[in-house]
Design a protein around this ligand. Structure first.
Ligand SMILES: [Zn+2]
Length: 205
């Protein structure tokens, strides 16, 4: 199986007067996360992990922080972009594992609901999404939320590179056919059969 792995990390400071958005959910808390978008630290880390898995850059290269279009944007938009990049590269998510680091609110009681929401946004099963949370012991970062994310992806279709390889093989076959026909007509040599694929196509759908 052809797999790749991606890692993402993000942090946002807590700020009064804005809703707290984590994992595509609005949480009941007196402060939210400051950011140009909705500050969803979990979705940003997952987005970067997905982009990283297919070497497609990072969230900042697609959505520059100063761009007014992404002011207060729902971070599900960023996730969608990363999903398109994954699909374009011919991969799908095998599983996602994340660790949130924040002093409050407590994530454990709502982790199940958050996993359901994130798996819905990603179009995968809930058991493919893990959300864990820790407090920032000894870091002096009680007013910051951080998130680490890793994403394993697996190949599902023939990417562009393999398509071009197929084209090369096809043109070689055509060339051999022409040569075989010439040989057959000139010397009466029977046609022989030719090139086998240079890669295993079994797991490519
Ligand atoms: Zn962020």
């Amino acid at each position: 199986m052809d797999t790749r792995i991606g890692f993402g990390w993000d942090s946002h400071a807590f700020k009064a007067g804005v809703p707290l958005r984590i994992g595509g959910m609005t949480l009941d808390h007196p402060e939210g996360l400051a950011g140009h978008s909705d500050g969803d630290v979990l979705l940003h880390a997952i987005t970067d992990a997905m982009l990283g898995a297919v070497s497609a850059g990072d969230i900042g290269s697609f959505f520059p922080p100063g761009d007014p279009r992404w002011k207060d944007a729902d971070s599900a938009i960023f996730l969608n972009l990363a999903m398109e990049e994954l699909q374009h590269a011919g991969y799908r998510i095998a599983n996602v594992d994340t660790t949130l680091i924040l002093a409050a609110p407590k994530i454990a009681p709502i982790a199940g609901e958050m996993r359901a929401r994130v798996s819905e946004l990603l179009g995968i099963e809930i058991d493919q999404v893990s959300i864990k949370a820790k407090t920032p012991e000894g870091l002096g970062l009680d007013h910051v939320a951080q998130c680490h994310a890793v994403v394993l992806v697996e190949r599902v279709q023939e990417p562009d590179e393999l398509k071009s390889m197929s084209a090369v093989i096809e043109s070689q076959r055509q060339l051999e056919d022409v040569v075989d026909d010439l040989l057959a007509s000139v010397h009466g040599v029977p046609k022989k059969r030719t090139i086998s694929p240079v890669y295993d196509t079994e797991d490519i759908t």
